[in-house]
Design a protein around this ligand. Structure first.
Ligand SMILES: Nc1ncnc2c1ncn2[C@@H]1O[C@H](COP(=O)(O)OP(=O)(O)O)[C@@H](O)[C@H]1O
Ligand SMILES: [Mg+2]
Length: 421
C-alpha cells in the first residue's frame, strides 16, 4: 500500500542527507583552499614590496629563516626574454619558457610546470622602479606550492570518499527513517480500513432484515396495517437500530478527523447525573434493578454537557443491559484531587478477563452470542472512551465474571475556569 511513498521518502531522505554532507565537504575544501592560498599570496605580496622598496641587490629578507621555502625571482626583459633569475638555477631552460608573463595574466595565478605547482605573482616594472631595474619589463615572484596542493588533493579524496560513504549511510538512515515515519501512518490506515470493513458489515445486517420485512408485506397485499403490524414493527425496530448505528459511526468518523466536536460550558455535574439517573429509574424498576447513588453536591465542571451526558448514558445503559433482575447499580461522583471521578458499578454478568483489554475497541463485543440478544453495536464504549479523552480524561474498567463490573471515569477540572462569584 505504502511502497511508493516509502521509496519516495527514502530517496528524499537520502538526497537531503547527501546534499548536506556534500555542502559541508565542499565548504571545508573551499575554506582550506582559501586559507592556504591566502597565506601564500600574503607572503608573495610582502616579498614584492620588499623587492621594490629595497635598493640593495639583496632579495632575501634578513628576518627570514634559512629553513623556509624560498621565493624565486624571475626578471623578464621588455621583449619577453628572461634576463636573470634568483636563485640562478631556479628552473630548467625548458620550464622557463612556459612561465613567460603575458599582459592578460592575473596578478597572482597558479601554474603547473613539469608536474610541480607554483603560485606566481607578476609585477610589471614601471615608473621609478625602472631606476633599479632599467632593462626589466616584468618581475615574477614564484613560489612552489606542491605541499599545499598535495594536502588539498588528499583532502579532496578524503571528502570524496566521505561523501560516497555518506551516500551509502544516508540511504540506510533514509530507509530506517522512512520505515519509522510510516509505521504510525500504516497502523492508522489499517485501523481505518478495519473500521470501514466492520461498519459495512454491521450495516448489512439491519438492511437485510428491513428488506425481508418489506418483502413479507408484499406477500399479502390485501392485508390491513393492523394485520401486518408485527412485521411493520420489526422492520421499524431495525430502522431505529440502523439510525443509531449510523449516528455512532458518524460520531467516531468525525472524532477521527479531529473535527471540533466538544462545545464546553460550565455546569453542575451532580445535577446532570441526578437527571440521568431519574431517566433510567423507570427502566430499572421494570427490570427489578435498584439504582443507588452517592453524588457529591455542587461540583462545577467545564465541559461539553451533552457529550458528558452521552458518556454516562452509555455506561448506565450497559450496566442495565448486562445486569440480571434483582441486581444493583451504584453511581458515585466525587472530587478527587484536582479532578473528578465518576464510578458506575453493577452486579451484572461481568466481563471475561480475556475480553477486558478490548472492550473499548470499536465493534468489540464480548461473547457475541450472548450479547446478540441484548442488542447493541459494540461502539458504545469506544465513543465513551473518545469523550473522556477529548475532555483530557480517561476511562477504565474492572470486572469479575458473574460478579459485576466497575467503570471509572477520571476527568481533570481545569483551574483556568471562570470562578462563580
Ligand atoms: N456493565 C457491563 N457488564 C458486562 N459487560 C459489559 C458491560 N459494559 C460493557 N460490557 C461488554 O463490553 C462490550 C462492549 O460494550 P459497548 O461498546 O457498549 O457495546 P454494546 O453495548 O453495543 O455491545 C459489550 O458487548 C459487553 O460484552
Ligand atoms: Mg453499549
Amino acid at each position: 500500500m505504502f511502497r511508493k511513498t516509502k521509496i519516495q521518502l527514502v530517496l528524499l531522505f537520502t538526497l537531503v542527507f547527501f546534499l548536506i554532507l556534500s555542502i559541508l565537504g565542499i565548504s571545508l575544501y573551499l575554506y582550506m583552499h582559501k586559507v592556504s592560498f591566502n597565506t601564500i599570496d600574503d607572503k608573495l605580496r610582502h616579498k614584492e614590496r620588499f623587492l621594490l622598496h629595497n635598493t640593495n641587490d639583496e632579495f632575501t629578507d634578513e628576518n627570514e629563516r634559512e629553513s623556509e621555502r624560498k621565493v624565486s625571482y624571475l626578471f623578464w626583459g621588455k621583449d619577453g626574454k628572461i634576463l636573470f633569475s634568483d636563485p640562478k638555477n631556479a628552473f630548467f631552460k625548458n620550464e622557463i619558457s612556459s612561465l613567460t608573463p603575458k599582459i592578460k595574466d592575473k596578478k597572482i595565478r597558479t601554474q603547473t610546470v613539469n608536474g610541480h605547482s607554483y603560485r606566481i605573482l607578476t609585477h610589471p616594472i614601471q615608473g621609478h622602479e625602472l631606476k633599479s631595474y632599467p632593462a626589466a619589463g616584468y618581475v615574477q615572484l614564484v613560489y612552489n606550492i606542491d605541499p599545499e596542493v598535495s594536502v588539498l588533493q588528499k583532502l579532496l579524496i578524503l571528502i570524496g570518499v566521505g561523501c560516497a560513504f555518506g551516500l551509502l549511510l544516508s540511504f540506510f538512515v533514509g530507509l530506517f527513517l522512512a520505515n519509522r515515519a510510516l509505521i504510525p501512518i500504516e497502523r492508522s490506515w489499517e485501523k481505518q480500513a478495519q473500521f470501514v470493513g466492520d461498519a459495512s458489515h454491521e450495516l448489512r445486517t439491519p438492511l437485510a432484515v428491513i428488506q425481508t420485512h418489506i418483502e413479507l408485506l408484499f406477500r399479502h397485499p390485501a392485508n390491513t396495517i393492523e394485520q401486518e403490524s408485527t412485521t411493520i414493527f420489526k422492520g421499524l425496530a431495525e430502522v431505529k437500530r440502523l439510525s443509531r448505528l449510523v449516528e455512532d459511526l458518524l460520531t467516531l468518523a468525525r472524532a477521527d478527523s479531529n473535527e471540533q466536536l466538544i462545545n464546553p460550558e460550565l455546569f453542575l455535574i451532580d445535577g446532570l447525573l441526578r437527571n440521568i439517573v431519574e431517566q433510567f429509574e423507570p427502566i430499572a424498576d421494570i427490570k427489578g434493578i435498584k439504582i443507588e447513588k452517592d453524588i457529591e453536591d455542587n461540583i462545577l465542571y467545564f465541559g461539553d454537557k451533552a457529550r458528558i451526558h452521552q458518556l454516562v448514558v452509555i455506561l448506565l445503559d450497559n450496566a442495565l443491559k448486562y445486569t440480571k433482575p434483582n441486581g444493583q447499580l451504584l453511581i458515585t461522583s466525587k472530587k478527587d484531587g484536582s479532578g473528578l471521578r465518576i464510578n458506575i458499578e453493577d452486579t451484572g454478568s461481568g466481563i471475561p478477563v480475556k475480553d477486558l483489554p478490548f472492550i473499548f475497541d470499536r465493534f468489540y463485543r464480548s461473547d457475541k452470542d450472548r450479547t446478540k440478544e441484548t442488542g447493541g453495536t459494540g461502539l458504545g464504549l469506544s465513543i465513551a472512551k473518545w469523550i473522556a479523552e477529548a475532555h483530557g480524561g480517561q476511562i477504565s474498567a474492572e470486572s469479575r465474571l458473574n460478579e459485576g463490573s466497575r467503570f471509572t471515569i477520571k476527568l481533570p477540572i481545569k483551574n483556568h475556569l471562570p470562578k462563580l462569584t
